[in-house]
Ligand binder design. Sequence first.
Ligand code: NAI
Length: 263
Amino acid sequence: MSHPAGNPSGHPSGRAGRGLEGRLALVTGGTRGIGNAIARRLLEAGARVVITGRDSAGAEKAAQELVQSGGECRGVALDVSRFDDVQETVKGLEKELGPFAILVNNAGITRDDVVMRMKEEDWDAVLSTNLKGSFACAKAVIRGMMKQRWGRIISVTSIVGGMGNIGQANYVAAKAGAEGLTRTLAREYASRGITANAVAPGFIDTDMTRAMEEAARARLMGQIPMERFGQPEDVAGAVVFLASDEAAYITGQVLHVNGGMLM
Ligand code: NAI
């Protein structure tokens, strides 16, 4: 179905409303940190949201907390590095809830070391979760998005994907790869009303960066013109914008959210 005449937003209601009413969103790794803030903002915008975590108890608990201020949210266990599980889980969810309209590839891990010391298993673990996981999720949701002739695939990458970073060869390669995947998805599905974009955060105050040594945090702070780490909500705002009808003509882009650290 193409856009009804006089409704360039393509939204079923034809109104802006809170923006995402009726849309079904999948946020990987939504149990904490950036993914959790993204899920919250999507719910506030009216979307129905499925979050995934690595265990079902944690995912369900996070979903219960998210719906306290209203909306529909489901928490499911899904390891995005397991390709077949991703296809099966998405199929099952779509049977029950209908097709996904929004995918946020947020799940990510780090296994840092310099190349000379990096173990093969650390390379494989990071690439499997951060890059192959995004491919697996995109592949699983695209058919449903094509049927709706509307879709948003948003991948959370990183400032380091474009800069490189000592001790993060695996992570940087995965994030740079995810931006390449984004540009290809954008070209392959643009004509079907599906956009693909990346949001590249700088340094955000989450468990991932709290694990860094104090000296490293202080060094980084000196490079951020805004003189603060970002908050998960700073990233969530950019993701929700790219998921909205306002961003319908933006595809294949990387939106940097980094307090001016890279410009
Ligand atoms: P976090 O460590 O607080 O949360 C990561 C989430 O991913 C958790 O919910 C975890 O359960 C989930 N996850 C990990 N492996 C998974 C797997 N195999 N399958 C399913 N879920 C899995 O991290 P944070 O900081 O919230 O990061 C979210 C995303 O933002 C990641 O992709 C990260 O690389 C990216 N990012 C974070 C930055 C930061 O400064 N915190 C900067 C740039 C990017």
